[in-house]
Design a protein around this ligand. Structure first.
Ligand code: GTP
Ligand code: MG
Length: 219
């Protein structure tokens, strides 16, 4: 089995036990749709045009703040290649949120969306929310997928849909924020503690900085 390695951000944060909640998230979709790039953009704010296909599975950890609570995100980046499917689906269990991605320059990746949806549903058991990402709109001249097809999908699904680009840093952070917010909202009934923490203010934005720093921030 492929080894699980910490990503750059993961090394620093993975052992950090100082958090209020931990959410396991998974990114799924065909090979080369841009899953790893999406995660690197979110976690490290980096992008590389080189394609290094993921072997098995990897993860990064990022801590965000929501209502003065630390939410630790354990984000798993799965390999899209078919030969790793047995390995990757073993990690679906316990995931609360999924990001399902296709590439607008690759129609096959769009046609595979239903299969990915079925797979995540079959293996995750407790999953709460899934977000769809139509990726790489920055390469519109190579668009293999008609805009209409994307629009039909986005209007038919009952989950959130983002057109996003890791390269141009479009809607990456927003997609993660929406996913975490959706999980928080759906969990608010079962979470103890202060009811004002989760359910009361739905559209509160996530933040990378602790509440104290935010208060002192002059920007
Ligand atoms: P597997 O690990 O094989 O499953 O692939 P992946 O889905 O992780 O794809 P990866 O993130 O490695 O990206 C594949 C290729 O797409 C790379 O060459 C990236 O540079 C490129 N890419 C990723 N995101 C974008 C984007 O938003 N726009 C453009 N133009 N290219 C992108
Ligand atoms: Mg990858």
């Amino acid at each position: 089995m492929a080894s699980v390695t910490d990503g750059k951000t993961g090394i620093k944060d993975a052992s950090d036990q100082n958090f209020d909640y931990m959410f396991k998230l998974l990114i799924i979709g065909n090979s080369s749709v841009g899953k790893t790039s999406f995660l690197f953009r979110y976690a490290d704010d980096t992008f590389t045009p080189a394609f290094v296909s993921t072997v098995g599975i990897d993860f990064k950890v990022k801590t965000v703040y929501r209502h003065e609570k630390r939410v630790k995100l354990q984000i798993w980046d799965t390999a899209g290649q078919e030969r790793y499917r047995t390995i990757t689906t073993a990690y679906y269990r316990g995931a609360m949120g999924f990001i399902l991605m296709y590439d607008i320059t690759n129609e096959e990746s769009f046609n595979a969306v239903q299969d990915w949806y079925d797979t995540h549903y079959r293996y995750s058991f407790i999953y709460i929310y899934i977000i769809y990402i139509s990726h790489k709109p920055d390469v519109d001249e190579d668009r293999a997928l008609t805009i209409q097809k994307s629009e039909i999908l986005s209007s038919n699904i009952r989950f959130d849909f983002f057109e996003a680009s890791a390269k141009e840093n479009i809607s990456v952070r927003q997609a993660f924020e929406r996913l975490v917010d959706a999980i928080c909202d759906k969990m608010s009934d079962s979470l103890d503690t202060d009811p004002s923490m989760l359910g009361a203010s739905k559209n509160t934005r996530l933040s990378d900085t602790p509440p104290l720093l935010q208060q002192n921030c002059s920007c």
